[in-house]
Design a protein around this ligand. Sequence first.
Ligand SMILES: *Cc1c(COP(=O)(O)O)cnc(C)c1O
Length: 354
Amino acid sequence: MISSRDWNDWHWQVRHSIRDVRGLRRILPLTRAEGDACTLCRLPLAITPYYAALIRKSRALRRTVVPLPAEFARAAGELDDPLGEESRMPVPGLVHTYPDKVLFLVTDQCAVYCRFCTRSRVVGSGAIRSDVKSWSRAIEYIKKTPAIRDVLISGGEPLILSDGRLEWLLKRLRAIKHVELIRLSTKAPAVLPQRITPALVRMLKRFHPLWLSVHFTHPDEFTPEVAKACARLADAGIPMCSQTVLLKGVNDDAKTIKRLMLGLLNIRVKPYYLHQCDAIAGSEHFRTPVQKGIDIIRSLHGFTTGYAVPMYMIDAPGGGGKVPVTPEYVVGRKRDELLLRNYQGKTFRYREGK
Ligand SMILES: *Cc1c(COP(=O)(O)O)cnc(C)c1O
């Protein structure tokens, strides 16, 4: 028997994570192919006991964290580093693609490794350094680059770091005058909600404006623990926006995405991005046609709360950045008149200003 005290302790969850085929077999019947994939996969395996309990009941979530042999196949157009991040690092761990914001990779460790990870080339491999010296080089670059007003802390999972180490980092970033916005990109609320302790939240709220980008995949992730974690964050005035990767056989239908987006609003998370799955090596079994995403967005807009409609994005290969892909609602133009098509498919003329 596991005491509830242990279960609710995030350190216990991390310490007891499933990290190999033997551990996984103890909780799930595995096919031979899955078993082989667990033994051979390059991207490490880790599943918190909390998330393991969810995947036992959810085929969709199971697919996102249990390796398959398809991971080893490289389809046409797939790359190890599809976003070209490695060539956009002025210092190791800091990706500077856009003019006024940087992506700061502070660790390569995760509580749970997603099989579709866009950074599978580096996570869990020791390639992203978390020592003071490496962090200091990145902080120095931010300090001497006044154009940077937004720092997005990511990884790996930044919330796998201790409160003390996060505080060290946030203090130094907050001390830089031109850094206005600090964001943390995390999957902890979904896969390790125990991490969102009162102490963590008290520490984070000292560094406002601090926002969270939270990664959610499927409505099966909504539990009382998740609701409590997000309530703590929201009550601390930490705005949360969501990111979801569109995944074949997991969440690639309008009903599931609608339930996910409406559920996020209920826990005070604003649906932000629906990502087309990046073309990383071994991702073909996860990637959908782009039309699927467009259809899903079309099924939401107008039919439900506008807040629930995320932006559908494709991150362009080679460092092109995120490109929004939207259904067409302006369907024609005649001189100063636009032909608009609404969510119901009815068309309207609108005379624009001069
Ligand atoms: C996604 C991303 C950001 C943040 O983008 P927003 O659209 O502002 O959320 C910043 N830098 C890099 C390299 C990114 O990939």
